[in-house]
Write a protein that binds this ligand. Structure first.
Ligand code: AOS
Ligand code: ZN
Ligand code: ZN
Length: 395
């Protein structure tokens, strides 16, 4: 039997966090993307950063919980970032994290800030300083750093020397931050390098963040772990350390699949959100930025993002429904099955009516997917966005 939760019955401690929750969307999710084998172009895809933000604003319009858009530099480079910021604000959204990109130039073949060549390191550091300027112009507060640096072969470079170069570069970038800025450092266990990655795991990211200072935090991309890694344990540990800066949510069957969050393993997403709720880290001032990092290769992009946002909301609602008193009592008395049952009862609750009720309370359509489909926006962009180069996953 599936229990159903309705918004009318749900207590304040379940409803209020859901009303306050926000999820940040990646600009690149709206552009054409694919694998290294093929990019399937879709009609109506944005031709520039302005159109990517317009599409992101549609996701916010129908879900009510996605008010920020992360940018990627230089993919989202424009002449006037203050103008791009105004454009976003006119559409009811704001600019979120600024993602640096030190992986697509030929210069970076042997790495960026870890490269043995100091001129390449200088170029990579300068790019991050440019990203901080973009943050100032757009009102962004998060500089998100993901480095493709690494080695393909043992002996290719000195592992320890690369860590020293990394620390030195991060320190220079960190020193340029404004007081309200954060540097959020993402880790990834492999790809594009296959032998050793310079920021491969949460421990390495955390060590660098701790050396930098309190404005440095770890980014946890859910697809950046070996299969079967207990990701919620990492979430808990980073929360304990006060250093979980952000998520890059997506789902993964094998590696960095960048599929819609909650598609591969909705139970894992619930377990992650359960640790967030248990640590009271859903609060908007908790410092955790709930971002998506996805690429929609074969599915439509705007509804793909809407579905992802809804999946995060559903996992959050289920985590909020966990009977914490019963769970604690069962844990304290060593009642293994009741403790596990407290989690499973919440996970198996159908929270869709509860979320539909909350949307109606906010003047939104209860079904964002249906409301978007009925809006005519998808046909409109196909008609409008003809000519010009479509923005791809990349420049
Ligand atoms: C790369 O694997 C990372 O997930 C980064 O977050 C990256 O910047 C993003 O996927 C856009 O390429
Ligand atoms: Zn990521
Ligand atoms: Zn990734």
């Amino acid at each position: 039997m599936t229990a159903t939760a309705q918004s009318g019955d749900a207590p304040h401690h379940v409803l209020q966090p859901l009303r306050e929750q926000t999820i940040e969307l990646p600009s690149w999710a709206f552009a054409n993307s694919g694998t290294r084998f093929k990019v399937f172009a879709q009609a109506g895809v944005p031709r520039d950063p302005y159109e990517k933000i317009a599409d992101a604003a549609q996701v916010h319009r129908y879900t009510g919980v996605a008010p920020r858009v992360s940018l990627h530099i230089p993919w989202d480079l424009v002449d006037d970032f203050a103008d791009l910021r105004r454009h976003a604000e006119d559409l009811g959204v704001s600019i979120g994290a600024i993602n640096s990109n030190v992986f697509q130039d030929d210069d970076y073949m042997l790495g960026s800030v870890c490269n043995p060549d100091p001129t390449v390191r200088r170029k990579a550091i300068d790019h991050h300083l440019q990203c901080i300027e973009v943050m100032r112009a757009t009102g962004s507060t998060d500089l998100k750093v993901w480095l493709a640096d690494g080695l393909n072969y043992p002996g290719q470079d000195n592992l320890r020397a690369r860590q020293e170069r990394l620390a030195e570069a991060l320190a220079e970038v960190y020193a340029a931050l404004d007081p309200e800025h954060r540097l959020i450092l993402e880790y990834k266990f492999f790809e594009p390098a296959f032998y050793a990655t310079d920021v491969p795991d949460w421990g390495t990211s955390l060590l660098h963040c701790m050396a930098l200072g309190e404005q440095a935090m770890v980014v946890l991309d859910t697809g950046h772990h070996a299969p079967n890694t207990n990701v919620e344990f990492i979430v808990m540990q980073l929360l304990r350390a006060g250093r979980l800066g952000a998520f890059d949510f997506n789902s993964s069957f094998y590696a960095d699949d960048d599929l819609m969050v909650g598609a591969a393993d909705p139970f894992q997403l619930f377990r992650i959100m359960n640790e967030i709720v248990a640590a009271d880290a859903l609060r908007p001032d908790s410092g955790v930025n709930f971002m998506l990092d996805q690429c929609h290769n074969i599915e439509a992009k705007i509804p793909g993002q809407i579905r992802s946002v809804m999946n995060v909301q559903e996992a959050t609602a289920k985590a909020l429904l966990v009977d914490r008193d019963a769970l604690h009592a069962a844990q304290q008395s060593g009642d293994v099955l009741s403790a596990h049952g407290a989690l499973m009862d919440a996970y198996n609750t159908d929270v869709r009516p509860l979320l539909a009720g909350l949307r109606e309370e906010q003047g939104l359509h209860p079904d964002p997917m249906a409301a978007y489909a009925a809006s005519g926006y998808a046909d409109q962009i196909v008609a409008d966005r003809v000519g010009g180069a479509q923005a791809g996953w990349g420049a």
